[in-house]
Design a protein around this ligand. Sequence first.
Ligand code: NDP
Length: 271
Amino acid sequence: MNRFAVFGNPIEHSLSPMIHNEFSKELGIELSYEKILSPIAEFALTANEFIEGGGKGFNITLPFKVEAFNFSEELTSNASAAGAVNTIKVENKVIIGENTDGSGLVNDLEKNLNESIAGKEILIIGAGGATQGILKPLLDKNPEKILLANRTPEKSVKLATEFLKYGKVCGFGLNQIKAKPVDIVINATSASIDGTMPDLPGGLCEGALCYDLMYGMQSQFMKWSFENSARQVSDGLGMLVEQAALSFNFWHKKSPRTDSVINLIREKDDL
Ligand code: NDP
């Protein structure tokens, strides 16, 4: 049976095995998919052991996405732009790195939330690893522009400069965000994990789609968006399942259905 896995530290919480098992049941592809806890300093060693043991591919989650980028021998264009890898496949003994996070978000917006990106003004808050992964796939969809705000402005300015070659993107500090409404607000900070949110002007999200990359609970940002007249509010569960479907396709060349798996997790975990 072909072996797949997800590597992370911690990894216990990962929904990836359940998601990939659902996809494989639907498409009749036999596989095993494990959670592998890699010691922080030993990602390459753990990954090599898995490959030597017959592993055909694996996902990579925090904190190893940049190490997986360096570990890859070939990169897809999304992985190369993101500087991070969340999916690896071993093909003819070559280790190929891909990043499906950004296209997963785009698919969730377009397919599941019926939101077109072309011509829209998008504000992304946060300039960490997740933002690096989503910028190119969003810019590839021709938004009017992307505004990139971060607590540490140097990071958003640097990222915006790097991604200007893919489309219109402008970086600045959190305190420079205007109260003027935009079409889509994406919370790509890790503040939701601590149950907090950045200080944002309320007018910003009036009539907007507000999207928190975090999933698993209703975040402060989601509550704030409802209270400030957002048109639609979403967590990042759809992105998680969509990125998994793209990884599945990268390995097996088949596209699973995602709506049933999203619904299954929402029902099971009451999300
Ligand atoms: P990083 O640690 O790389 O970046 C964190 C970012 O959040 C930085 O820009 C940081 O600002 C900012 N930040 C943290 N706390 C605060 C705060 N209190 N106020 C303002 N800004 C803050 O994290 P990632 O980019 O990897 O992850 C971000 C989020 O995306 C997480 O919630 C993660 O779970 C989620 N995610 C979801 C995925 C999905 O499939 N749904 C996939 C990948 C990520 P500064 O630079 O100033 O420190």
